[in-house]
Write a protein that binds this ligand. Structure first.
Ligand code: ATP
Ligand code: MG
Length: 367
């Protein structure tokens, strides 16, 4: 980040200055006379220019400065002493500093360094601003999700608590039990959502915490599918198939559970009743592929790239509940396993998520 562009009319001056600057460690670039200056955009951190160049390129200087905003792009003007009075009027709109001929080496270097430092500070400020902006956006998404996802279960809890409080004696024990169960499951829902938030924000998903175990994937997936079927109210069909030679392999059971549960429950949640979900487990020599395919509402193309960020949901979810955290956890879990995840989806047709995880110390096993 120490490239200096020289726009000086006299070749001799230019060569002298160029040498001097290179001696103290800067990269020097200068265009040949017929070069298009617009190509130089983004290639230098400071420009040193003389009166002829300033005259000729003043529009370019202004436009280039403007284009880099809010990052500061300094222009240092070299002039002879007699020019100084004449040019100071209005000139500061275009240039940031001037130095008079004959040039003092040390003075030049001090001015250059001061300008470059200003540039560096402005770059840091821009990064910090962007970071703040991202945090702010995350915060708004969190608030909007929290107000949706917490309000419903909270209403349920409040309503049933009120019924139990007011007319508790008149209710038979079966009704009471039902109301308590509803309160409990609503509280559990809120708790699960908070767990997801904490997993993502407290750095629960780290390599140090990876707990690799020797896992029989086939069995693991079979049980998981059965669990999800029982848990889903719709009792939708999951068509589970296995391809290739089954192998045992090292996986973090918890992470794998997060990955597959999220993808399978999404496939069910975002599909109409009566459609099937295909779940393929494919064994390859060095990889395991999990493919989850549904014939559901699909994901608009414009939303596909941001789905793996926290609190992101597609624009076509309508009234289907969700926090937008599931896939963020899936993505981090897949990354931790050194794998990849891809989505292929078309609105109204369906969605396929493909997860590829490398086999860690896979051992052949006849199942
Ligand atoms: P959560 O999983 O936290 O309860 P969620 O399901 O909304 O909430 P993610 O699992 O992260 O969140 O999914 C993000 C978004 O991706 C969803 O809101 C939905 O818009 C879209 N999506 C994910 N899977 C599918 C799918 N199989 N079909 C259609 N849309 C999907
Ligand atoms: Mg989900």
């Amino acid at each position: 980040m120490r490239n200096i562009l020289l726009l000086l009319e006299h070749k001799q001056n230019r060569n002298l200055l160029s040498q001097l600057l290179q001696q103290v460690g800067y990269e020097v670039i200068y265009p040949s006379p017929d070069d298009d200056l617009s190509n130089l955009h983004n290639s230098f951190d400071l420009c040193i220019l003389g009166p002829v160049a300033l005259d000729k390129f003043s529009d370019w200087v202004k436009a280039t400065k403007k284009a880099e905003e809010p990052v500061f792009l300094p222009f240092l003007f070299i002039t002879s002493r007699s020019d100084v009075k004449m040019i100071t009027r209005g000139l500061w709109k275009t240039i940031d500093e001037l130095i008079t001929n004959p040039i003092e080496k040390v003075e030049l270097q001090v001015r250059i360094e001061a300008l470059l430092q200003r540039r560096e500070l402005s770059l840091k400020l821009k990064d910090a601003n962007e970071h703040l902006h991202n945090l702010n956006e995350l915060k708004s998404r969190f608030i909007s999700v929290a107000s949706h996802e917490f309000r419903n279960p909270l209403h349920v809890i409040l309503a049933y608590a009120q019924i139990l409080y007011r007319g508790g004696e008149k209710l038979n024990s079966e009704k009471k039990k039902e109301f308590f169960t509803r309160i409990k499951s609503s509280a559990k829902k809120m708790n699960d959502t908070l767990d997801d938030v904490l997993i993502l924000t407290k750095g629960e998903l780290t390599l140090q915490k990876l707990n690799l175990q020797f896992l029989n994937l086939q069995e693991f997936c079979r049980l998981l599918v059965a669990e999800i079927k029982v848990g889903s109210a719709a009792n939708q069909e999951i068509n589970f198939t296995i391809q290739g030679q089954s192998k045992k392999a090292y996986f973090d059971e918890n992470l794998l559970r997060h990955i597959l549960t999220n993808l399978l429950t999404n496939a069910i949640k975002y599909s109409p009743l009566g459609t099937k979900v295909d779940f393929d487990l494919i064994f390859q020599d060095t990889n395991i592929i999990f493919e989850i395919k549904d014939a559901g509402i699909g994901i608009p193309l414009k939303d596909q790239s941001s789905l793996f960020e926290s609190f992101r949901r597609a624009s076509n979810v309508g009234k289907i509940p969700g926090t937008g955290l599931g896939l963020a956890i899936v993505k981090q879990s897949v990354d931790l396993h050194g794998g990849t995840i891809e989505v292929d989806s078309e609105v109204g047709i369906g969605t396929t998520f493909t997860v590829i995880l490398p086999l860690i110390k896979g051992v052949d096993e006849n199942s």
